[in-house]
Design a protein around this ligand. Structure first.
Ligand SMILES: *Cc1c(COP(=O)(O)O)cnc(C)c1O
Length: 184
């Protein structure tokens, strides 16, 4: 706002606990003027929302921002319930703890295998940068019951559900290890 530039955070994927804080912007010393959220905010119910600072909100006239189902009561109840669970079950903290464990184990595996890969990300939004296209591994991981996708050109991305257990994390590590040493 100081420079007249609007800072907009798309927190559809990284928001609502995913990175270990409720919102990803909380990791940085900034406050967005506009924030958009969706996906996890409805706990499975399709809904998204936009939050703005008061200056932006005051500039909106009726009809400027429209949506077919916006603010429908069922969606609002779903968001309310999801917020209750997010807070009462400490979902951001769980994402931080489980994400740190997964990140640590991925880093150890890479080190043990003497690979020049890098682990990056925050909370349960993690990637392994292969330094090359990881598409083949992403596809073959399905044979081990792990769903991961390529992100960008060189990153294998893990975005596990918040309810992931320690055993599931071990499974992810075993799967990647087996695949990388070529055992089927
Ligand atoms: C899914 C997604 C969107 C689109 O959200 P809709 O609710 O389908 O409009 C926008 N940004 C990111 C980062 C997403 O992952």
């Amino acid at each position: 706002m100081e420079t007249g530039t609007l800072l907009i955070f798309d927190e559809v994927q990284c928001g609502f606990g995913r990175t270990g804080r409720i919102w990803a912007f909380q990791h940085y010393n900034v406050e967005p003027d506009i924030l958009v959220a969706g996906k996890a905010v409805g706990g499975g119910y399709p809904v998204s929302f936009v939050v703005t600072c008061s200056e932006v909100a005051e500039s909106l006239e009726i009809g400027d921002h429209g949506t077919t189902y916006g603010g429908n009561p069922v969606a609002c109840v779903a968001v309310s319930a999801a917020i209750n669970v997010l807070l009462s079950e400490n979902v951001p903290e769980q994402a931080a703890t489980k994400g740190d464990l997964l990140s640590k184990k991925l880093t150890e595996l890479i080190k043990d295998m003497k690979l020049n890969f890098k682990v990056k990300g925050l909370g349960l939004m993690l990637g392994v940068d292969f330094g090359r296209n990881p598409e083949e591994e992403a596809i073959r991981l399905k044979d081990y019951g792990v769903l991961a996708v390529r992100a960008g050109e060189t990153v294998l991305r893990y975005l596990p559900p918040y309810m992931i257990s320690k055993e599931d994390i071990e499974h992810i590590i075993d799967a990647l290890e087996k695949l990388l040493v070529g055992k089927v």
